[in-house]
Design a binder for this molecule. Structure first.
Ligand code: ZN
Length: 292
């Protein structure tokens, strides 16, 4: 499986592939079931901590089994790797894509470290003759994957600058770039997250088809903004918080309705359905259904 082909098809076909996080087997199963029903390519992801909980080799093995069983292109991605150590762990476990998040570093240091990740990944690709997507990130992405009670305040200087994006891509050689255009991690209870579509258009104009543009914090953004962002060139959208909320609400409902129930797969049935429903809605919104 060459994962870049799927993002290239998304780029030319003007749709986006959802990247959905999981940290338990039934959430992964629900994501895959949604993709299978809608005949969609899919990216499944673990953060460093989610991967630590699940086990990265175990995640890779299970995703391999799902790929084999469903014949779907399922790309396994490390989300927000913060060090060469965790990137290496993921690649050695068999992940098909890695995201290095150097946004806590200053600009030059982010370039230096991202370039080191790219050099490492390119070497491994040759050794394993296996394509691996590498994603860098530029801009200041606020929030975390949860529901925030406070209002979101994004400053102009948080946003990715088109000139820096071009310089960053040229000097690091990343395949994909996560950008900040008004998006944030998590869902904000007060006020809407609106995207700066003008900024996105400028970034796309500057970078062209050289790089796959990625939007993090796909939860909680109005649908019309998501659709326009895809038209303007976003090809990968990360979704985590909405799945977490669906999972938790399903679980609470089940425990409340049947407090005597002790069979795990029965306790988890509503969570499974709720996660699957969210993933199906996102696949349709992103336009990746029937793209295999
Ligand atoms: Zn993210």
């Amino acid at each position: 499986m060459n994962p870049k082909t799927f993002l290239k098809s998304a780029q030319s076909g003007k749709y986006a592939i959802g990247a959905f996080n999981f940290s338990t087997a039934e959430v992964l199963k629900a994501i895959v079931a949604a993709a299978k029903e809608l005949n969609s390519p899919i990216i499944v992801a673990t953060s460093e901590n989610e991967g630590e909980f699940f086990g990265m080799p175990e995640a890779a093995a299970l995703v391999g089994a799902w790929r084999h069983g469903t014949k779907l292109p399922i790309i396994l991605n490390l989300d927000h790797g913060k060090s060469l150590e965790s990137i290496k762990k993921a690649v050695e476990a068999g992940y098909n894509a890695v995201h290095f998040d150097g946004t806590s570093l200053d600009y030059e240091e982010n370039i230096l470290q991202t370039k080191a990740m790219v050099d490492y990944v390119r070497r491994i690709e040759k050794d394993y003759s296996q394509e691996i997507i590498i994603e860098g990130e530029l801009g200041y992405l606020r929030g975390s994957s949860s529901v925030h009670q406070e209002a979101l305040k994004i400053k102009q200087e948080d946003l990715t600058s088109p000139g820096q994006a071009k310089d960053f891509v040229e000097r690091t050689g990343v395949d994909s770039l996560a950008i900040v255009i008004g998006n944030a991690h998590g869902v904000f209870a007060k006020g809407e997250e609106r995207l700066d579509l003008g900024r996105l258009a400028e970034i796309k104009e500057t970078l062209g088809e050289k790089v796959f543009l990625v939007l993090h914090g796909g939860s909680g953004i109005p649908e019309e903004d998501i659709k326009k962002a895809i038209e303007l060139g976003i090809v990968k959208i990360n979704v985590n918080t909405e799945l977490r909320v669906a999972y938790k609400e399903g679980l609470e409902e089940e425990l409340k309705e049947k407090p005597q129930e002790t069979t795990p797969y029965k306790i988890l049935a509503l969570s499974f359905d709720a996660v699957k429903k969210v993933v199906k809605e996102k696949i349709k919104l992103f336009g990746s259904d029937n793209k295999i």
